[in-house]
Ligand binder design. Structure first.
Ligand SMILES: [Zn+2]
Length: 277
C-alpha cells in the first residue's frame, strides 16, 4: 500500500476552508504545480482565541501533501510565507481579495495546473495589499482580463469574428482610454459564445441572442490593454486613466462574461458597480 502513496510539495494560495468533524478542515488551495486541489487537514482547527493560522483564506504558503488513491489527499505540512496581515484589517481591500479567491474557485477546474494564473493571482494580492483603493480597482480589472486570457476566454477585440474586418479603434497601443471621438461611441456587438466582436454588416446574420452584449469600442480596447501584463503590472499603471463611465461599463461587461462562463454571478468587489440590468 505504501508505494501507492506519494508526497507532493508546492506553493499554494488558500482559497476555501471548511470545518470537518471535531478538529479537522477541508481546504481548497490554488497551487503553482497542480492547479486547484482539495486537501484534508487533520487536527489543525485552531482554538478560537488564536489570531491566525496558516490555513486562513488567501494566505500564501508552501505545502506538502500526501497523494492517496482511495481517499482525499492529506495535507501533511504547511509553511506560511505571507498571510498579508495588513490586508486583514482593511475591509474594502479584503472584499477585493475575496473576489480574487472566489474567481479562482469558480473559474478553474480541479487538477489543471496553470502557473501563469497562479503567479498572476499571487502578484495581484501582493499589489493590492500595498495599493491605494482606486489603483486596487485597476489591479482587479487587470487580474480579470489576464486571468480570462490564461483560461482561454480572452475575447478577440480587434476584428469582426465573421468577416475579419479589423477595428482600428481597438488599437491596443493606446496609452489610456475614455469614450471620446478617439475610439468612437458607436456600440458593437460582442458574442460571449464565440468570444469575438461582430461588425454592423455581419450583425443581422449572426444568430446569438442569448450570449451576446452591446459594448462600446472603448471597453474592447480596455480589455485588450489590460490583458497585457507587461504594461499593466508596471510602475506606470497609475497613468492608466479610466473614466467612471468606462469603469462601470467594463465591470458590467466582465460580470456578464463571467455569468456566461460559470452560470453564477460572483460577489463583486465593493465599490464596483454590479451589473443590474
Ligand atoms: Zn463582419
Amino acid at each position: 500500500m505504501e508505494n501507492e502513496m506519494s508526497f507532493r510539495k508546492t506553493q499554494a494560495i488558500t482559497i476555501n476552508q471548511k470545518d470537518y468533524r471535531e478538529s479537522s478542515q477541508i481546504l481548497t488551495f490554488y497551487t503553482q504545480d497542480f492547479g486547484k486541489i482539495i486537501l484534508l487537514a487533520r487536527g489543525i482547527k485552531r482554538p478560537k482565541h488564536r489570531s491566525l493560522s496558516p490555513a486562513d483564506l488567501f494566505s500564501y504558503s508552501e505545502i506538502i501533501f500526501l497523494e492517496r488513491l482511495q481517499s482525499i489527499n492529506l495535507l501533511t505540512e504547511i509553511t506560511i510565507k505571507d498571510n498579508f496581515l495588513s490586508l486583514r484589517s482593511d475591509l474594502s481591500k479584503l472584499t477585493q481579495i475575496f473576489y480574487i479567491i472566489e474567481f479562482l474557485n469558480e473559474l478553474t477546474d480541479f487538477n489543471e495546473p496553470n502557473q501563469p494564473l497562479f503567479n498572476l493571482a499571487l502578484e495581484t494580492i501582493r499589489l493590492i495589499s500595498r495599493a491605494s483603493i482606486p489603483l486596487a480597482e485597476i489591479y482587479i480589472f487587470s487580474f480579470e482580463a489576464q486571468a480570462l486570457k490564461e483560461l482561454g476566454f480572452m475575447p478577440n477585440t480587434f476584428a469582426c469574428g465573421v468577416c475579419a474586418k479589423s477595428f482600428p479603434q481597438a488599437d491596443h497601443q493606446a496609452r489610456w482610454v475614455r469614450p471620446t471621438k478617439e475610439v468612437g461611441n458607436e456600440r458593437i456587438k460582442f458574442s460571449f459564445r464565440d468570444g469575438y466582436i461582430i461588425c454592423r454588416s455581419c450583425d443581422p446574420t449572426h444568430q446569438d441572442e442569448l450570449g451576446s452584449i452591446e459594448v462600446s469600442p472603448g471597453v474592447m480596447k480596455l480589455m485588450s490593454l489590460l490583458s497585457r501584463s507587461d504594461r499593466v503590472f508596471s510602475p506606470n499603471i497609475d497613468r492608466l486613466k479610466i473614466s467612471k463611465t468606462m469603469r462601470s461599463e467594463l465591470r458590467n461587461f466582465i460580470n456578464k462574461y463571467i455569468i456566461y462562463i460559470t452560470g453564477n454571478e460572483l460577489n463583486s468587489p465593493s465599490g464596483i458597480v454590479k451589473c443590474n440590468d
